[in-house]
Design a protein around this ligand. Sequence first.
Ligand code: NDP
Length: 398
Amino acid sequence: MSKIIIIGAGGVGNVVSHKCAKLPKIFTDIVLASRTLSKCEAIAKDVFSKTGVSIKIAAIDADDVAATTKLLRAESPQLLINVALPYQDLSLMDACLNAGVNYLDTANYEPPEEAKFEYKWQWAYQDRFKDAGLTALLGSGFDPGVTNVFCAYAQKHLFDQIETIDILDANTGDHGYHFATNFNPEINIREITAKGRYWEEGLWKEVEPMSIHQVYNFPVVGKQDAYLLYHEEMESLCKNIPGLKRIRFWMTFSQKYLSHLKVLENVGMTSINPINIKGQKIQPIEFLKAVLPDPASLGPRTRGKTCIGCDIAGTMSGEKKRVIIYNSCDHEECYQEVSSQAISYTTGVPAMIGAQMILRGLWRHSGVWNMEQFDPDPFMTELTQHGLPWQVTELPLE
Ligand code: NDP
């Protein structure tokens, strides 16, 4: 039915490739392109051994709009799935417009020289995608992504009025290293060392990094230390959930992880300001990335579970109500299925489902969209069928 091109052969690209290959009636032709061809080769080989499906591969620098446009024109896919890095979002959107290809990503644009991620740059493409009759679906990972869809589902089926949303992301996985990040270290550390922010009564409130903490009792994984962070899905949800009073995002970290991060920060290793070493300008965080374990290598070593969900409070039929909608994934089970740990898995599966929504015509409107702007029901059905089953549990009122 449809040809797709996946850009980025990292942990998430691996999962998207495996999951799309399992649905050959929808994804009839798959091209995987990335900066390092050998990484595409390794994924294509593993996909073939697990599914018997052949994936075409190509080398591409996605920062090069002309080269990417040429590749897209040569392959003419219906959809580009961007699972490279947030720095490539705008150049890939430009290439899609040039070549008339629909677009999907899992993380919003971030300028490389400034640790600041915001939707404004991608929302500015609204008219161009609309005029071209193309769909751009932003943030089709887990958070953002599934968390946005959980909120849309709550809005449609569980509440007359949503008042507060707390998005909670727990990972109890242990990979046995002293310190490693579960996805791209540069993106991960930039996110955590930035100031915390949440939205309340129409205003953004900024706090020092990791300065607000709670012990949250998660389904499946129990009580965990959770820290307030800024996360991009809040920017669209505070606009798209009418009457919302407050939205916050929390992520769990072990004390061991935080101590290592503190030391790295204190000695300047997390900085994005380039320093001069032997005549070469290098960002300390780039160097740190090079010495840390590759997230893709954590798969076989990681044991434990994730639990990510939305704790939502509001009213239904005049009564106050609070629920959590969540998914829990097991790192080892994910690895067995697609040779990746659960963080890449929980991002790659929703990227594949978002792609299906566009290709099957269910979420196919011209323009630039966030996930909660579409009907959540078909997406929720696919989650259960493709490895991310979800539950809704009533919680006591606070
Ligand atoms: P990785 O670092 O493992 O993989 C990124 C891949 O992109 C690498 O193969 C890299 O190539 C490739 N790449 C980087 N720059 C370019 C370029 N200029 N041209 C072509 N390819 C390039 O990251 P992940 O797989 O962990 O993450 C992928 C994306 O998913 C990121 O944007 C991340 O922010 C997002 N994400 C979203 C989540 C969500 O829930 N929404 C959760 C986790 C991640 P090379 O190997 O040559 O460097």
